[in-house]
Design a protein around this ligand. Structure first.
Ligand code: GDP
Length: 220
């Protein structure tokens, strides 16, 4: 079981991305996340069944005291922002700072920056986002929960990285892990101007039969 934190400002699409990945659903509704929603899901990676818990939390400062408890306990953090909303990148930057501050003990953690709503008119220049990611040493990619562009690929790349992240991977610090994840991306023909061509073995695709979205619950 791996725990993955999906963090970002309210409205950037965290719940939509989780719902798209777990249940292939998308709605235009927006119910602001209070504290945290946790959804369990099962995927297959290289023939092995992997259980994940996707924890979707609001990264706004008012929830800081709640969310900092999670930074140090999660196996991976997916920092989401909305490419059509400048403020959401500022929140992503705050989350990134907090992640660094509170995650120092978590040697094997994986972290990634994701620009969601790639189907919309962008307010944030792609180059600026890539420069930000480069400065923070974060792998970067873009998704659309609405069109389902790159959603499965993004989640699966994080999960795959977690499954590979054994004791013998030479990654002794979060920075090493970020670098390793970045390397993983570059091995996968990542062309950011076109649909991603990343692929994995057919049996690594998420299973729909064993998914357990029904056990989504709210932790107060
Ligand atoms: P959260 O607060 O981060 O969990 O945001 P939600 O997942 O509730 O999404 C907020 C709003 O943005 C909802 O109206 C969604 O339908 C919409 N939304 C989410 N992802 C996308 C996307 O990729 N493209 C577009 N156009 N809208 C999206």
């Amino acid at each position: 079981m791996f725990s993955i934190l999906v963090a970002g400002s309210s409205g950037c699409g965290k719940t939509s991305l989780v719902n798209r990945f777990v249940g292939d659903k998308f709605t235009i509704d927006h119910v602001p996340t209070q504290n945290m929603n946790s959804t369990s899901h099962t995927v297959k990676v290289n023939g092995k069944t992997v259980r994940i818990m996707l924890n979707d939390t609001d990264g706004d400062r008012r929830y800081e005291r709640v969310s900092i408890n999670y930074y140090s306990t999660m196996d991976a953090t997916i920092i989401i922002y909305d490419i059509s909303n400048q403020e959401s990148l500022e929140t992503a930057s705050d989350i990134c700072e907090r992640w660094k501050q509170y995650n120092q003990q978590n040697k094997k953690a994986v972290v990634i920056l994701v620009g969601n709503k790639s189907d919309m008119k962008r307010e944030i220049n792609k180059q600026d986002a890539e420069d930000f990611a480069e400065r923070e040493n974060l792998p970067y990619t873009e998704t659309s929960a609405k069109t389902n562009e790159n959603v499965t690929e993004m989640f699966m790349s994080v999960i795959k990285r977690l499954t590979e992240n054994g004791d013998d991977d030479g990654c002794d610090s979060p920075a090493d892990d970020m670098f390793a994840l970045r390397k993983g991306y570059s091995c996968m023909s990542w062309d950011t101007d076109t649909a991603p061509t990343m692929s994995w073995d057919t049996d690594t695709a998420p299973t729909t039969t064993t998914q357990n979205s029904a056990c989504s619950c709210v932790i107060n």
